[in-house]
Design a protein around this ligand. Structure first.
Ligand code: SF4
Length: 326
């Protein structure tokens, strides 16, 4: 994949321009302006949830999991093995929640102070919903330092965009669309901006650092995936895909063309064909890489001397809607 498909504005001044609802700002030279996938709690699946899970479906995160390692995909999607929360993931969830709710404040009052003031309440909400997140604090007394770390990322956000000059059309928008063969594409778009002329921009916040040159393909695939879904839902292809990296204060933008959305659809179908083959044959092969160091499942991975658990009867059908061959 060409490395210049994502554009760093710091090095590429010739970006597309467009109007910004509410006026032009630091971000006003461009078209105006997150998945966390939430699995149903074990045992909480009702009829609707069961039906949803039996419908073949794929999100960009899980597609990337399969590309990284088919066995990791199985552990996450079929076995649904628990994973301890990581500090980076919890901080990301917290910052996303603040950025979502920041836009509830009237334009003109969306300041770094406003954002920082949202951190404790969003943390409390997160702890209420998912008590295990406190495990990322080595010491409960660290919570102020934890808030400060999230606050620093939010401060960076204000160096990249002026939220007072934006009125998002959607925030944390769950999207889903079905391809002709029934495969459902799902995800959560952090922010969707719509210009007065109807032009659409998809924005995704990342709390990590921007990828090194040549390593943008995963993030770009995710954004193209969303662009494909949004184009089907809205009958108009997004004009811009924008990744906002708060870890190092970089914004990457990409203007997709129709041909690459068609290519993305073909790629998704190919990934799904690979998942179907693995599900039908039971061959969920481990694929080792440097990313194994971050995998929570080394103890049950054959590549590290482990033994995968036996799959309960019906687990594959329930998770993927695919019946294994005998
Ligand atoms: S340790 Fe590596 S090879 Fe094994 S399941 Fe995890 S990602 Fe795959």
């Amino acid at each position: 994949m060409p490395t210049d498909e994502l554009v760093n504005p710091a090095t590429a001044p010739t970006l597309p321009t467009g109007p910004v609802p509410g006026g032009a700002g630091p971000d006003g030279g461009v078209l105006p302006g997150g998945v966390a996938e939430v699995a149903a709690p074990d045992g909480a699946a009702g009829t609707d949830e069961t039906a949803r899970r039996r419908r073949p479906g794929l999100s960009p995160s899980r597609a990337n999991d399969f590309l990284q390692c088919p066995l990791l995909f199985r552990f996450r999607v079929v076995d649904r093995l628990p994973e301890p929360p990581s500090a980076a993931a919890v901080r990301g969830t917290l910052v996303h929640a603040v950025l979502e709710n920041l836009y509830d404040a009237p334009a003109g009052t969306r300041t770094p102070q406003t954002a920082r003031a949202l951190v404790p309440q969003e943390w409390d909400r997160l702890v209420t919903e998912r008590p295990e997140v406190v495990e990322v604090l080595e010491d409960p007394e660290d919570v102020e330092a934890w808030f400060s770390g999230a606050g620093a990322l939010l401060d960076t956000y204000f160096t990249l965009e002026d939220p007072n000059r934006l009125e998002p059309a959607e925030r944390e928008m769950a999207v889903a669309t079905s391809l002709e063969d029934g495969l459902e594409l799902r995800g959560i778009v952090d922010r969707l901006d719509v210009a007065p002329d109807g032009a659409i921009r998809i924005v995704d916040y990342k709390t990590g650092r921007s990828p090194r040159e040549g390593y943008e393909s995963g993030a770009l695939f995710q954004m193209r995936f969303y662009a494909l879904v949004v184009s089907r839902l809205r009958g108009r292809a997004p004009a811009m895909l924008q990744l906002v990296y708060l870890g190092d204060g970089v914004v990457l933008r990409h203007c997709p063309d129709p041909a690459e959305l068609a290519t993305t659809e073909r790629r998704i179908r190919a990934i799904w064909a690979g998942i179907r083959s693995a599900a039908e044959t039971g061959r969920w092969l481990p694929r080792t890489s440097a990313l194994c160091g971050w995998c929570a499942h080394q103890s049950v991975c054959p590549a590290f001397g482990g033994e995968p658990p036996d799959l309960p009867a019906g687990a594959v059908e329930l998770a993927l809607g695919i019946t294994p061959r005998d």
